[in-house]
Design a protein around this ligand. Structure first.
Ligand SMILES: Cc1ncc(COP(=O)(O)O)c(C=O)c1O
Length: 401
């Protein structure tokens, strides 16, 4: 029986309520280059089952308790060791907070720091969910132009100096310095140091989003900005989404006690914590099998990247430019300025190909029409080739070349 509606909830929402979103998700193409999914066939399901079984038999009865508000201690210890070993970061387990993916931490940081009208610095094209959250929070976003080495330092300094002169000192600099989403570059060491210097001079905290760092196919590791920072002004997020699976929803944050204390309060007052069931499995799995698994998936993803790069070369030739990232999961493709790739996503999907247009990642909310982000993580090399051929067919039909 249909209930008679008594209350118009839309009319009684608080000022902080976010905009409405319906259930419709982005439809997926057979050739799914839209989202950075990993290869479903190489997920370590059996090992995760074993790890969960072990975790539950050893500590399962602790699930009777509410978990630590910062997340399962042994997994935080693992993350602390990993950050030391891989990123030369010195972070105690007490300075680490686990979360429902790294996006939960990004969202909590924005909630803690940003009031409507506050200014925030990002890269000119960056992770769309961070941009959406910033917009909902009423932030004024300033995207900094980037080249192959990351944010251009002179531009960064000029924009910040100008904002400070107008009493709009940025509250935060958000950066994805390694295998940037969507542009694919890795910020050079020199630029990392320059970014730190500028941020220290103007006393602006940095949020370093390093969620792709483990997916390096070639080239030299570049130190984490956090590891270069003697002042504690850099906050850091990482994730198990890109190395194990996004469905696990497990990410980590390292940052100052003033922020972590607020995270604890958010968790305490909302009754939320970090899923200890998943954490038990991830911890047992991480200490025994994660390094080998990463080695295995690096080979798979590198092949997929190479296949996408070579097929794009064959099909698009001089009609497009594209990045060849040393790691991560995306190619960033640019067509001539006259081409609007945001106008034909539906057509491409009907032909079976999903991709995201550059406009989704634009800090200014509207540029990037001639760009597309293409993820190579999910489909097999054969399907990547086929999908790029189909996409080239759609573009040709549309008269793009
Ligand atoms: C740059 C960046 N940061 C954070 C995330 C969020 O990852 P998760 O919440 O799954 O850890 C993503 C996901 O694609 C991303 O691309």
């Amino acid at each position: 029986m249909k209930k008679k509606k008594l209350i118009e909830f839309d009319k009684i929402l608080s000022k902080q309520a976010p905009p409405f979103r319906d259930r419709s998700e982005l439809p997926r193409g057979k050739y799914d280059f839209a989202i950075a999914y990993p290869d479903p066939d190489s997920l370590p399901i059996d090992d995760l089952v074993r790890a969960l079984t072990q975790g539950l038999s050893e500590e399962g009865s602790d699930l009777a308790l509410y978990p630590d508000v910062q997340g399962y201690g042994p997994l935080r210890e693992y993350v602390s060791h990993k950050l030391k070993r891989d990123r030369k970061m010195t972070v105690d387990p007490e300075q680490i907070v686990l979360g429902d993916g790294s996006s939960q931490h990004i969202s909590m940081i924005i909630d803690l720091l940003i009031d409507p009208g506050d200014t925030v610095i990002t890269e000119d094209f960056c992770y769309s969910n961070t941009l959406t959250k910033l917009k909902i929070s009423g932030a004024e976003i300033h995207g900094i132009e980037c080249d192959d080495s990351g944010m251009i330092s002179d531009t960064l300094e000029r924009v910040i100096a100008d904002l400070v002169a107008h009493e709009k000192r940025p509250k935060l600099i958000y950066t994805i310095p390694t295998f940037q989403n969507p542009q694919g570059w890795t910020m050079s060491l020199e630029r990392r140091k320059a970014l730190l210097d500028i941020a220290s001079f103007y006393e602006i905290p940095i949020l370093e989003d390093d969620c792709y760092v483990d997916l390096r196919y070639e080239g030299e590791n570049v130190p984490a900005i956090h590891s270069l920072d003697p002042t504690g002004q850099v906050m850091y997020v990482g994730s198990f989404s890109k190395t194990i699976a996004p469905g696990l929803r497990m990410g980590y944050f390292a940052g100052p006690e003033e922020i972590i204390g607020r995270f604890r309060m958010v968790r305490k007052t909302s009754g939320s914590g970090v899923n200890e069931f998943a954490a038990l499995a991830i911890h047992r799995y991480a200490i025994s099998g994660l390094d080998n698994h990463v080695k295995k998936i690096l080979k798979i993803q590198r092949d997929r990247r190479d296949t996408m790069v070579s097929t794009i070369g064959e099909m698009f030739g001089s009609n497009a430019k594209w990045s060849v990232p040393e790691g991560g999961l995306y190619l960033w493709m640019q067509m001539p300025d006259s081409v609007d790739l945001s106008s034909i996503t539906d057509q491409a999907l009907r032909a079976g190909v999903g991709y995201q247009p550059g406009t989704m990642f634009a800090a200014d909310g509207n540029s990037g029409e001639s760009y597309a982000r293409l993820c190579f993580g999910y489909n097999s090399p054969e399907d990547i080739s086929k999908g790029i051929e189909v996409l080239a067919g759609v573009f040709t039909k549309k008269g793009f070349f």
